[in-house]
Design a protein around this ligand. Structure first.
Ligand code: PGA
Length: 253
């Protein structure tokens, strides 16, 4: 954590939830919000629940967002959702380039960059995910992979676009596996990310929030967030359990 940057903890609900379960979870999060201190909290939910979270969170300090978006504004793109639609539901954030989108749905660096660009143009804050697979880490190309993924976005949106974005480092091998990067492993990549942004603009690099994601739990959040270039977390599984998510948000305070 760094005193210049506001900590952010964003829940990524993935393909989970129901109206009833969400209502209970959101009520608990709202109740716990006073313990977040200076940390900002957000939940990124499936599209059909945006109206529900907007209603439940509008009068609270908790922000919300989506998990994906189209780079297109409108037209014949069956099944897609536009940035302006997310704005209409009060979204502040949208996750782009999550490794599940990259691996399962074939989104490449160019597609991710286009989504980030569309999000920024619409006034949304993209949470741009980058991270290496286990095979990539073991073959020593972590820095190259992360640099390539981030460069595509920097090229598309420029340093001023990065200033309106959040970056999330999510090593693929740590997502949903219970294996977390050690604080040192995570810090090493976060520092590389910040250096890469600094090459484009030093001031933007000082301000941009870089989150860590990958099996963040109540028990390991504090050590991760203690690292100087880790500004919070992108939380999958633990964001579905109110007590766990609250503890992680409090750890970022
Ligand atoms: P996890 O997921 O916390 O369940 O590992 C993180 C993510 O995919 O954003």
């Amino acid at each position: 954590m760094n005193p210049y940057r506001t900590p952010l903890v964003a829940g990524n609900w993935k393909l989970n939830g129901s109206l009833a379960a969400n209502a209970a979870l959101l009520a608990e999060i709202v109740k716990g919000a006073p313990s977040f201190g200076r940390a900002q909290a957000a939940v990124c939910v499936p599209f059909p629940y945006l109206a529900q979270v907007q209603a439940a969170l509008a009068a609270t300090p908790i922000a919300w967002g989506a998990q994906n978006v189209s780079d297109q504004a409108s037209g014949a793109f069956t099944g897609e959702v536009s940035c302006d639609m997310l704005r209409e539901f009060g979204c502040r954030y949208v996750i782009v380039g999550h490794s599940e989108r990259r691996a399962i749905y074939g989104e490449g660096d160019g597609a991710v960059a286009a989504k980030a660009k569309a999000a920024i143009a619409a006034g949304l804050c993209p949470i741009v995910c980058v991270g290496e697979t286990l095979a990539e880490r073991e073959s020593g190309v972590t820095a190259d992979v992360v640099r390539r993924q981030l460069a595509a976005v920097i090229d598309a949106v420029g340093a001023q676009g990065i200033a309106k974005s959040v970056i999330a480092y999510e090593p693929v091998w740590a997502i949903g596996t219970g294996k977390t990067a050690t604080p040192d492993q995570a810090q090493e990549v976060h520092a590389l990310i910040r250096t890469q942004v600094a090459d484009a603009d030093a001031g933007v690099a000082r301000g941009v929030q870089v989150l860590y994601g990958g099996s963040v739990k109540a028990g390991n959040a504090r050590d991760l967030f203690a690292q100087s270039d880790i500004d919070g977390g992108l939380i999958g599984g633990a964001s579905l359990v109110a007590a766990d998510f609250l503890a992680i948000c409090a750890a970022a305070s």
